[in-house]
Design a protein around this ligand. Structure first.
Ligand code: PLP
Length: 285
């Protein structure tokens, strides 16, 4: 596989980053995952804009322009012959050649930019979308700026492991009795035809798929309510689902052992998945 590191396209075995890189030592980095369908990038503009916001919120320098980022994405997709898959991008504050809590001088320290692809044939035809997934709930003990897409992913990793141990697929996080989001996706319930999902704040990641799905839902005259909800409310909902760049719209059919709705993917989630795939493909670059 060919990967990109700081201006160079290299075989993955030759790619190198400093051991003093602040992402390695302090999780001082941000990332984006963009899906590729039919060789085209889905929601690229949204991901590029959110990357710029994450960088700004952390006082980090942008490694290059949005146009340059798009060119790098396309070049990697082409070189690795990706039809369906993902492009992972990471920007870190770079390395000052030592370990120090204080940020290094941005005048003399260049950010590190790394991109690689993951080949996922049939990404849009995931069998899980037909059966739905099972989730468990866990206390949300992440930091208070979940709107910034940092590489600090230890707790989400632990949550996925706990879900797996419980015979489930993923976890939903709960804070003050209300669902924040999934471990790597935004969470929704459907009740009486209404699509309910937590409002945007520092408590959740502002999902690019979430923004697109809510826009398409409103365009299709579906009712959207942005508010938080409890686990009990979700267990009694007609449907539940999650959204993310890599899973699109994924039905959730079980929560903490309780079946949601009929225990199979519901019509709203199925329709939103269809609309999202169709409309976002039209806008793909
Ligand atoms: N919430 C969290 C915590 C995530 O990690 C992700 C994606 O990685 C999302 C939500 C969904 O965001 P997006 O739709 O931009 O992939």
């Amino acid at each position: 596989r060919t990967v990109y590191v700081n201006g160079e396209y290299l075989p993955e075995t030759e790619a190198k980053v400093s051991i003093f890189d602040r992402a390695f030592l302090m999780a001082d980095g941000v990332y984006e995952v963009t899906s590729v369908l039919g060789g085209k990038l889905i929601d690229f503009d949204g991901h590029a804009k959110r990357l710029a916001r994450s960088l700004k919120e952390l006082d980090m320098k942008a490694p290059c322009t949005e146009d340059e980022l798009l060119a790098i994405h396309r070049e990697l997709v082409a070189r690795n012959e990706i039809t369906d898959g993902l492009v992972y991008l990471q920007v870190t504050r770079g390395s000052a050649g030592d370990r120090d809590f204080a940020f290094p001088d941005p005048e003399t320290t260049e950010p590190t930019l790394v991109l690689f692809t993951q080949n996922k044939p049939g990404l849009a035809d995931s069998p899980a979308a037909k059966t739905g997934i099972k989730v468990i709930s866990l206390e949300d003990i992440r930091w208070g700026r979940r709107d910034i897409k940092t590489v600090q992913l230890l707790y989400p990793s632990m949550a996925k492991m706990a879900a797996k141990k419980a015979g489930c697929d993923d976890a939903w996080f709960v804070e003050d009795g209300k669902v924040t989001e999934g471990s790597s996706n935004n969470a929704y319930i459907v009740k009486g035809g209404k699509i309910i999902t937590r409002e945007l704040s520092h408590d959740i990641l502002h999902g690019i798929t979430r923004a697109a799905v809510l826009r398409f839902a409103k365009e299709a005259q579906m009712v959207v309510e942005e508010r938080s909800f409890t686990i009990e409310e979700a267990q009694q909902a007609d449907e539940a689902f999650v959204t993310s760049a890599s899973s699109f719209v994924m039905p959730v059919v079980e929560l903490d052992g309780a079946q949601i709705g009929t225990g199979t993917p519901g019509p709203v989630a199925a329709r939103l998945r269809e609309i999202y795939l169709e409309e976002s493909l039209k806008l793909a670059v």
